[in-house]
Design a protein around this ligand. Structure first.
Ligand code: ADP
Ligand code: 5GP
Length: 217
């Protein structure tokens, strides 16, 4: 008898998808699309000392904290990684990520190269990392200006830091050039599909194959 959708019911480990890019290349847009279209993903909501942008919501986009509050979290081992980016501190809270992994759910991390490096050192087997590149530096600048949520001096700092971030592209498993958004998003989804099918992420395959071999036909 045919078993419908047998593949998707096989138990597997969660994956930790890390998206990094220079600011303005489009990783938040891609992350948002992924969360909307792929309900298997949960976003890791970072802690930051950066001021909240007009469009951002506390607890949804970030947990906005003062430097003093951040230091308390850092010193209490509540953070999986942390880094200073563009003059502010950013960090991944430990508890939600560990819970998602233990329950076999997939988690999405929108973090910089320093955070990606720390996560890789701690959880190598669970990490899939994608670096998003802009099609050109001129387009990167145009996108930062179009987003119009940061002041001119902040945009200049981010453009300068873009070169430093881009230099780390070789440390990632995959590289996607975000020229056309639909195509770039399609590429990210293909990567996710492939990574979810990896044999070593699917311990449930052992039972499935035993069942296949025991089946009387
Ligand atoms: P990041 O999270 O990398 O800083 P965002 O996702 O905020 O970047 O994108 C920066 C700006 O560029 C946003 O206004 C977004 O709508 C726009 N954008 C993203 N991808 C594309 C694309 N492929 N083509 C044109 N504009 C884009
Ligand atoms: P933004 O201020 O534009 O939201 O983010 C600035 C940079 O900080 C981006 O490159 C983003 O990926 C990175 N970032 C956001 N959250 C974290 C985090 O928890 N850890 C690290 N290391 N970087 C982060």
């Amino acid at each position: 008898m045919a078993v419908k959708d047998a593949g998707s019911r096989i138990r597997r480990r969660g994956l930790m998808l890390v998206l990094s890019s220079p600011s303005g290349a489009g990783k938040s847009t891609i992350a948002r699309n992924l969360l909307e279209k792929d309900h298997g993903f949960e976003l890791s909501v970072s802690v930051t000392t950066r001021p909240r942008r007009g469009s951002e919501i506390e607890g949804v986009h970030y947990h906005f904290r003062t430097m003093q509050e951040f230091e308390v979290l850092r010193d209490s081992d509540a953070l999986l990684e942390w880094a200073e980016v563009h003059g502010n501190c950013y960090a991944t809270p430990r508890a939600p990520a560990e819970k998602a992994m233990a329950e076999g759910r997939d988690m999405l991390f929108d973090i910089d190269w320093q955070g990606a490096k720390q996560l890789k050192e701690r959880m190598r087997g669970d990490i899939v990392s994608i670096f998003i590149l802009p099609p050109s530096m001129a387009e990167l600048k145009a996108r930062l200006k179009r987003r119009a949520e940061d002041q001119e001096t902040v945009i200049e700092t981010r453009l300068k830091n873009a070169r430093i971030e881009i230099e780390h592209w070789t440390e990632y498993d995959f590289v996607v050039i975000n020229d056309d958004l639909d195509r770039a998003f399609g590429e990210v989804r293909s990567i996710v599909t492939g990574e979810r099918l990896r044999r070593d992420r699917r311990p449930g395959l052992f039972d499935f194959v035993s069942g296949l071999l025991d089946e009387k036909v």
